[in-house]
Design a binder for this molecule. Structure first.
Ligand SMILES: Nc1ncnc2c1ncn2[C@@H]1O[C@H](COP(=O)(O)OP(=O)(O)OP(=O)(O)O)[C@@H](O)[C@H]1O
Length: 656
């Protein structure tokens, strides 16, 4: 195989001298990671025939099982109709001998035509029936394959939406998920299609073989002789198609990335602010040039392959016709049979070409399908185990007992031997520097992660043995990295739980979301995603208000607020903490914030450092002793004091 210049080193032939920024000799383009869609293309391109043949039966079995699960009736119909169509192919070929026999016999032409008529009707009838059966088989296949795809995706999403959250932190697992979701799931449909094509190709080939053997046994070896170069050529062409895909995937993907930078709205402002147009366009031209050169080189190679294949196939065809001629000359074969043999050979060649392409597709797509099935089997082991304990009805206290937790793939624990008690109806604040473990503890309390060691109990019941969904439905989480659901404003808050409008209004007022909604073009019914028509874009702070209302709206006894005010303006922040103080009474609240003035009223404040609780108490208690809390609080207060001093305004908050 020719060595393809990498995007790093290749230069565009059309490069203009002197020119554009980013086009210098030393300018190096990064190498693009391979796309999952092409992970197995190289394996398919270089697989040996024996490897393909060994895997094929298992793949066909897998495809048939998939097809059966998606639509048993359509599976049977497709296969049965294809087989029947093969029968009529064979019948048509056999009847052709009768036609030729009658036409080539001695006597006046009208008599010969009359004699050929019954066989002619048989040939015509067989052709019509074969076409109808093929069309019906195609229709059944068209009904079946989308269902296979849909079923494969549904099976995948049913698992991915339920597996434990920790799975997403395992990079290998996540990589496998991406492969299974992308090329893996769509391979299901393609493997089924390829399998049906294999059945169709084999049936047509078998029909031609049976017909030809019936005519004369010596013709079968002839058929195989002509088939061999055809098979060789088809395999070569399919292989070079895959190789072309493999060789051009890097620059192609790179040009897609650059194209995205040049046209996507997300980058439009930065692109203009930093006048990056020339730089990116120059890079695009270089990458596109590499892609174009690779395409040209491969097209040359493909042409050579095709020429060799066609020459081989033509030679074999010539040999077959020579053999037929010799058989005719030796009077071993009647002329009519020889004529039918030519037709049968043509039919078999077309069937063989279809068969080989289908086998190639089945093999390659089968590799992706294996990614999918392997992932599904692994992922099922990540589903939560069946519940062994009931979630208590009421909630009087939550206890955390010696909990430690390490994220998958991390060496350092995020939480170490944490213990605390949270009585129902109280506000508990978690404070600490970045990375100290506050959000991790909040996620464990929300039962999104299970402790590595230790226990979290609700009224004495260990959450590890309960139904995760049942616990989570009783927790409202206002997450730091809250989701921007592509839904209306209302749907973004109620999330499928349509309660009374008063509840929505109260939740909206608590976070100032009512002010945001009042300015939306369609109020609560405004779609909040630019990918939809008549939608509106929110600012970061407006989104945070929506997320806060979402948490307040949920009728949950435990509410966890992780940095709920990080993007809020001063007024909205004030409203929010007022709401937490006044309206959340009765609910159990876990509050994480870096703005310590907001948690002065918390019933209990825990200070985390490097995953451990190093101090606990009320604001006054913590301020009364040396430690991280007092230090951080004074730092913030001093900043306010300085600012207030600058403007001559009042000093807030008060220093202890
Ligand atoms: N998904 C994750 N996978 C691996 N490590 C993680 C993950 N999330 C957090 N960590 C690590 O766990 C530790 C605790 O992180 P955590 O998010 O709980 O800190 P935090 O106190 O909430 O920080 P911040 O104030 O910045 O939000 C950090 O060292 C962080 O790098």
């Amino acid at each position: 195989m020719d060595e393809m210049p990498s995007a790093d080193t290749a230069r565009d032939d059309d490069e203009e001298p002197g020119g554009v920024p980013g086009e210098g000799e030393d300018d190096v383009l990064p190498t693009v990671a391979t796309l999952h869609w092409y992970d197995h293309a190289e394996a398919a391109a270089t697989a040996r025939f024996t490897a393909v043949a060994r895997r094929l039966p298992a793949l066909i079995g897998q495809a048939l099982r998939l097809a059966w699960r998606a639509g048993p009736a359509d599976t049977i119909t497709t296969i049965a109709l294809n087989l029947l169509s093969g029968v009529f192919t064979a019948l048509g070929l056999l009847a052709t001998t009768g036609v030729l026999d009658a036409l080539l016999a001695a006597g006046p032409t009208p008599d010969r035509i009359r004699a050929a008529l019954p066989s002619l009707l048989l040939v015509g009838g067989a052709a019509v029936l074969r076409s109808m059966l093929s069309a019906a088989a195609g229709w059944a296949q068209a009904r079946l394959t989308p269902r296979v795809q849909q079923r494969a995706e549904m099976e995948l999403y049913e698992v991915t939406s339920r597996i434990d959250l920790a799975s997403y932190d395992d990079s290998e697992f996540y990589e496998a998920l991406m492969r299974a979701e992308g090329p893996g799931a769509s391979a299901a449909e393609q493997v089924v299609s390829a399998t049906i094509d294999i059945v169709t190709g084999m049936t047509s080939f078998a029909a031609a073989a049976i017909a030809i053997t019936t005519l004369h046994p010596v013709l079968l070896p002839l058929l195989l002789v002509t088939a061999l170069p055809e098979a060789w050529a088809a395999i070569r062409v399919a292989r070079s198609r895959y190789l072309m895909m493999v060789e051009t995937v890097g620059p192609r993907y790179h040009s897609v990335i650059l194209g995205d930078l040049l046209s996507n709205r997300r980058y439009a402002a930065d692109l203009r602010s930093y006048t990056l147009q020339d730089l990116l366009l120059a890079q695009y031209r270089r990458v596109a040039g590499v892609y174009r050169d690779a395409q040209l080189r491969l097209a040359r190679r493909n042409t050579a392959t095709r020429l060799a294949g066609d020459a081989g196939s033509g030679l074999a065809g010539g040999l077959v016709y020579l053999a037929l001629g010799l058989l005719l000359a030796a009077a071993w074969l009647p002329l009519a049979v020889a004529g039918t043999a030519v037709l049968a050979i043509r039919t078999s060649r077309a069937a063989l070409s279809q068969l080989i392409h289908a086998v190639n597709d089945c093999y390659e797509q089968g590799l992706y399908l294996t990614d999918y099935t392997t992932f599904l089997a692994t992922a099922r082991a990540h589903l939560p185990p069946p519940a062994t304990a009931e979630v208590p009805d009421g909630l009087t206290s939550i206890t955390v007992e010696n909990v430690s937790f390490t994220y998958p793939g991390s060496d350092e624990p995020a939480l170490r031997d944490v213990s605390l008690t949270l009585p129902a109806g109280q506000i508990m604040a978690l404070v600490g520097e970045n990375g100290s473990g506050k959000s991790t503890l909040a996620k464990l309390l929300a039962h999104l992660y299970t402790p590595g060691s230790g226990r979290i109990r609700w009224d004495g019941v260990d959450l590890a043995g309960t139904d995760a969904q049942a616990v989570r439905s009783r927790v409202a989480v206002i997450a730091q990295d809250h989701a921007h659901w592509p839904m209306t404003a209302r749907a973004n808050v109620v999330l499928g739980d349509e309660g009374d409008p008063g509840r929505l209004d109260r939740a909206a007022v608590s976070a100032g979301t009512d002010e945001v909604v009042a300015e939306l073009p369609h109020g609560w019914d405004t779609m909040l995603d630019r990918r939809f028509k008549d939608s509106h874009e929110l600012s970061g702070g407006q989104w945070q208000r929506i997320a806060v209302s979402r948490g307040f709206y949920r009728d949950a006894p435990l509410i966890i607020c992780d940095e709920p005010s990080s993007n809020l303006d001063a007024r909205a922040e004030h409203t929010l903490f007022e709401a937490i103080r006044r309206h959340m009474r009765g609910r159990t609240v876990v509050l994480i914030t870096h703005r310590l003035a907001n948690i002065r009223d918390a019933d209990m404040i825990h200070v985390l450092e490097h995953g451990r609780i190093t101090a606990s108490g009320t604001h006054d208690e913590l301020m009364a002793r040396e430690g991280a809390y007092r230090e951080l609080y004074l730092l913030q207060a001093a900043a306010y004091a300085n600012a207030a001093g600058d403007t001559g305004g009042p000093v807030r908050p008060s220093l202890a």
